[in-house]
Design a protein around this ligand. Structure first.
Ligand code: GLN
Length: 450
């Protein structure tokens, strides 16, 4: 049914970059055979999933939305992928994304934009726009995205879905092509909080292949999603994540969701996180710096594309020609920014300074969690904007992640779930929790959804 649906709607939506019909059907049939034999199956047995094209998976291409990886077929599974397979999930194929996960609209994909199923003239968010669009268009009930500054939560919000960025270190990054290693985290995009919890539990947990993966038990997210009792919980509304730049409709939907939380017995308090105002500026130094280092591996020798190798050109010339045609404008912009910020003489003024701001943001969170068990804000300042609206204005595009970036900088988990419609377009409320308390997101999310 999922493959039929893809055949029917994906020409218009363009969520998929690669559909592995044969592999998906074989995996689904294998589940049927084992079920008939009375074998014990995984918790998501036979459920189809759309995988963001930033993960390696045997038997499928991995492009990261970039020309530079054209033709690359990785010989191994990311840990997220091997865990999905162990849970008996059926992987339908790879879905579209902003190139190397840099963007908020999926317009930075080298393979053309994905469209928002709620309104095909609008963006589905990004960078995990293909993931969100696939779920919103009923092409797949589950998807995995990645979130460096908001790339799971923002597309989930503007496509009317649930999206979760787990605690940094909660889900292995092995086989996830790195954008900004200290910020990247994989997580679920689904229709319901319970689906997200099942998927979260399937992919999380320690992995010796990722040195930043933590050796702690997975928080009890599935149990929390079903509890539905938040009486006495303290919910902190972040004062700084409101006001100028926020669509009044988004604010109204958020206020209504907060009133609902109070109605469910939560105690609503206002908290202040004064350094959140500097989160965007710090992020746009840290993320490009780390990307300028991570993307150095795309050298025309090891992976994918090699351009201008006429037999006479030297290695440096081939590298430069390949990067010239292989990387898109946003990737080049960030590599240049990052290289500059890390260069001698500027390092302390930019990268070093941004790291200090990061520490101050973590302290703001710590202080806020003395007053509240979870924090809340709108997920995005606006609903989905029209395709093409912000392509020429990177700073306007960057503002999409105003509310989501602080959690990446501090490492704590965060969820977006639908808070209502603004002129027929979905918007979301963001719930944030302290590191390793991911279950609180599901507790509050499950109660609010019910
Ligand atoms: N939109 C942000 C950026 O462009 C976040 C992207 C992400 O989370 N991968 O960097």
């Amino acid at each position: 049914a999922a493959l039929d649906r893809i055949a029917k709607v994906d020409d218009a939506v363009h969520a998929f970059l690669h559909v592995d019909a044969e592999g998906a059907l074989a995996a689904a049939r294998a589940v049927d055979v084992r079920r008939a034999a009375g074998e014990r199956l995984g918790p998501l047995a036979g459920v189809p999933l759309a995988l963001k094209d930033v993960f390696t998976a045997r038997g499928m291409p991995t492009t990261c939305g970039s020309r530079i990886l054209e033709g690359w077929r990785p010989p191994y599974d990311a840990t997220v992928v091997s865990r999905l397979r162990a849970a008996d999930v059926v992987i339908l194929g790879k879905v579209n994304m902003d190139e190397f996960a840099m963007g908020s609209s999926t317009e930075n994909s080298a393979y053309g934009p994905t469209r928002n199923p709620w309104d095909l003239t609008r963006i589905p968010g990004g960078s995990s726009g293909g993931s969100a669009a696939a779920v919103a268009a009923f092409e797949a009930p589950l998807s995995i995205g990645t979130d460096t500054g908001g790339s799971i939560r923002q597309p989930a919000a503007v496509c009317g879905l649930v999206g979760v960025k787990p605690t940094y270190g909660g889900v292995s990054r092995y086989g996830l092509v790195a954008f900004s290693s200290s910020l990247d985290q994989a997580g679920p995009i689904t229709r319901t909080v319970a689906d997200a919890a099942l998927l979260h539990a399937a992919i999380a947990g320690h992995d010796p292949m990722d040195s930043t993966s933590v050796e702690l038990p997975v928080p009890p997210v599935v149990e929390a999603a079903g509890r539905r009792d938040i009486r006495g919980m303290r919910v902190g509304v972040v004062r700084e994540l409101a006001g100028e730049g926020y669509d009044p409709g988004v604010q109204a939907a958020f206020d209504a969701a907060v009133a609902e939380l109070a109605g469910l017995g939560a105690e609503v308090v206002e908290v202040s996180c004064p350094h959140f105002t500097y989160a965007m500026a710090a992020y746009y130094l840290i993320a490009p710096s780390e990307c300028s280092s991570n993307l150095a591996r795309f050298d025309a020798m090891r992976f994918g594309l090699r351009a201008g190798d006429d037999g006479r050109a030297g290695a440096e010339e081939v590298m430069s020609r390949t990067r010239d045609v292989g990387f898109g404008a946003e990737v080049k912009r960030r590599v240049m920014l990052g290289t500059y910020a890390l260069s001698s003489g500027y390092y302390d003024a930019y990268y070093g300074q941004a790291q200090k701001v990061r520490t101050l943001i973590s302290r703001d969170f710590a202080a806020a969690y003395e007053q509240a068990d979870v924090l809340v804000s709108p997920t995005t300042p606006t609903p989905a904007f029209p395709i093409g609206d912000k392509v020429d204005d990177p700073v306007a595009m960057y503002l999409s992640d105003l509310c989501t970036i602080p959690s990446n900088l501090a490492g704590g988990p965060a969820m977006s779930l639908p808070s209502g419609l603004v002129d027929g377009l979905p918007v979301g409320i963001q719930i944030m929790a302290p590191a390793f308390a991911d279950d609180r997101l599901y507790l509050v999310g499950g109660a609010l959804e019910a």
